[in-house]
Ligand binder design. Sequence first.
Ligand SMILES: Cc1cc2nc3c(=O)[nH]c(=O)nc-3n(C[C@H](O)[C@H](O)[C@H](O)COP(=O)(O)OP(=O)(O)OC[C@H]3O[C@@H](n4cnc5c(N)ncnc54)[C@H](O)[C@@H]3O)c2cc1C
Ligand code: SF4
Length: 826
Amino acid sequence: MMARTRERLVVVGNGMAGIRTVEELLKRDPDRYDITVFGAEPHVNYNRIMLSPVLAGEKTFDQIVLNDRSWYERNGITLLTGEKVETIDREARTVTSVGGRTVGYDRLLLATGSDPFIIPVPGHGLPGVVTFRDMFDVEAMLRKAADGGRHAVVIGGGLLGLEAANGLAVNGMKVTVIHLMGTIMERQLDEAAGFLLQRELEDRGIDVMTNADTKAVLGDGHVTGVLLKDGREIPADLVVMAVGIRPSTGLAKAAGLAVERGVVVDDHMATSDPAILAVGECVQHRGATYGLVAPLWEMARVCADQLAGRRDSAYAGSVTSTKLKVTGIDVFSAGDFGGGKDCEDIVFRDAARGVYKRIVLKGDRIAGAVLYGDTKDGAWYFQMLREAENVAPLRETLIFGQGFGGQGFGGQGFGGAAANPKAAVAALSDGAEICGCNGVCKGAITRAIADKGLTTLDDVRSHTKASASCGSCTGLVEQLLELTLGDGYQAAAAAKPLCKCTHHPHDDVRRLIVAGELKSIPAVMQALEWKTANGCHVCRPALNYYLLAAWPGEYRDDYQSRFVNERVHANIQKDGTYSVVPRMWGGLTSAKELRAIADVVDKFAIPTVKVTGGQRIDLFGVKKEDLPAVWRDLNDAGMVSGHAYAKGLRTVKTCVGSEWCRFGTQDSTGMGVKLERMTWGTWTPHKVKLAVSGCPRNCAEATIKDFGVVAVDSGWELYVAGNGGMKVRECDFLTKVETEEQVLEYCGAFLQLYREEARYLDRTAPWVERVGLDYVKRRVVEDGEGRRALFARFQFSQMFSQTDPWEERASRGIDSHEFAPLATVG
Ligand SMILES: Cc1cc2nc3c(=O)[nH]c(=O)nc-3n(C[C@H](O)[C@H](O)[C@H](O)COP(=O)(O)OP(=O)(O)OC[C@H]3O[C@@H](n4cnc5c(N)ncnc54)[C@H](O)[C@@H]3O)c2cc1C
Ligand code: SF4
């Protein structure tokens, strides 16, 4: 028999995809090729994903080697390390390395991987700026940490950036992660899981700055820091750029192969030249590129089939899943978790264990999954996702995982019985912890119920502290009451939940935000075990308000949680245009302001100008994209937003008072201006209107306002909780005071009580009716010390809210995307 002439296979790239393809090929047809492998790195083939454990000191390089030199020798493979291929001559079928070595091929395999992206900001090339791609980078980072480098900045809060941050922190560096988006790992995790991950990293001493955009890397001869676009500076002896990767396509492009984002391949991994195949991160298949290893294994199998002369297999693209390799942090995500109209979320949260799970269903199939804190079922969900398994029979128990009530899916008799919570609680041992916040176990609760004759939830709370803090064990405590007392337990009529996303009513949410020091929407949702991933149009604005009210200066307004008028700082009208109302303090204006308004009306062809019931001028028919320019012109004349759209102070209406009116007893206009200067910009549960009249003739209609002031000979009468709208309500008389300072103090205290205790979207009238006027009088009138404390808290919070939103948007470009004109199509 004649010996078969071996073909020549040249592999460019000694990385994970190239060598996996060779391994697969050797299994299929070990004698077919003379194989030569070029690797730009000086190393043998190693497991790149394990660079993170090497950086963290959990593995050595030797432990991550996949194939040592003897493997290449045993298989007759010529390995050329430290030799980067520079050119391909497709006519001659040769490749030539940087060192000038030329090798001929019959088949060429490109497996050049990716290049890390470097943001081209000033200073990006300074010594001390590294990427995180290969062993060389890891060695550079370890050297810097060992040389006494103290501060590291990692730019990029994705998978690689966070693994780098963790590794550097383990090596003793003070690490700051800078991330452009609002949530870290936002491509793999939703807001809730991203929040938990950030909290965990911060607990480990890593600073995480979100919404942070890098302006420059600082340093003279070596990096010394990073400057952000908002002016902040972070010191750094080392900067790691981990902002993304780009398929490494230079070689293929220069050889004239079809290249878009990656080297374009067909379902058989062939490039536009049939003699040249490509695998791994360098390729683009059906428009997609990949940055994870799982797709490479599938590509390698198909590619090896091709090289072995089998044409029956085809690569159809991959669904990927992600795990973060930071010891002690369990995060898993797979598929599409963006949700959407035809998707349904199943969410499970366990605040005490720090667990969050979310399964996104599309019809009866799993479309995506995000797991935090308990990822043991990740592979199970992923398998069902990839195989488009019908999960309808498991729907009830799916979120509890594979171990719940049965052996698994696939016709193996999954239990699938709906959980019976009462039986589960009955089965708990006496030592089982019920209330994690206060460390109260089941036995302590049932004993207290029996021994002390407790019959209500409040009784249990006050005797044992169970359910008194975060409230997430309330359901369990109620079940214990029911189990212990049987028919003798009458559950208190439950207050209405805030919305369908939670079982907590408004008042509990407010109380628990303060008690649990919860300072962000994701923190509230996790601690109070929200039933949905991101909340809804009802709870998000309410939570945003409660957090603003509870943590002035600390909590940053989540403008996405606001209604459209509050987002664009103008009122949308029925034709889609907006109305604009500048503030006029106490209803006063001037020739300068009126001229500026007239100019704006002409310049922007504003069709209607109207004086409002609150004594302001309203410009109707402004186009959305004109809003910033209109505001800029009004700002230039000294006018700020009139907040005519806000759940906050709208107007202080005044009469002319003693300055002009012969009946006037006090300067009502001056008093109104002072009140408006004090209260503008405040966020409240609903809109708030004030008025001041100069005598009991009450021309400013002060007795149908949220807070009304009527001047009398000996001082000022104060009225609260009036309403002139759909349900007219005359104010309640609060008290009479003597001085203007007292008017301001009582007004601020009343508004603060309303801010702190009313439910979101309660006007003052229904709130006062609910809590009772006597209660309000007790807090604002009779308790002098309490009143002064309320007033002090009001003034404190005003320090952070009296910024003009128009100026921020017109001159500083905040939220500019809101006002960009829509593209014209066609
Ligand atoms: C720190 C880190 C952690 C990661 N963690 C995970 C993870 O947890 N899970 C996961 O799925 N994925 C992870 N990845 C991604 C994973 O490592 C890649 O998807 C995989 O390595 C890609 O394989 P590849 O062969 O396409 O590219 P590579 O492994 O990068 O191999 C390409 C090789 O080609 C060489 N080369 C390039 N051009 C030439 C040339 N002209 N001549 C000669 N040689 C050349 C390069 O030097 C390189 O050695 C991680 C990556 C990094 C960097
Ligand atoms: S309320 Fe009294 S002071 Fe004010 S305008 Fe009317 S009559 Fe004059």
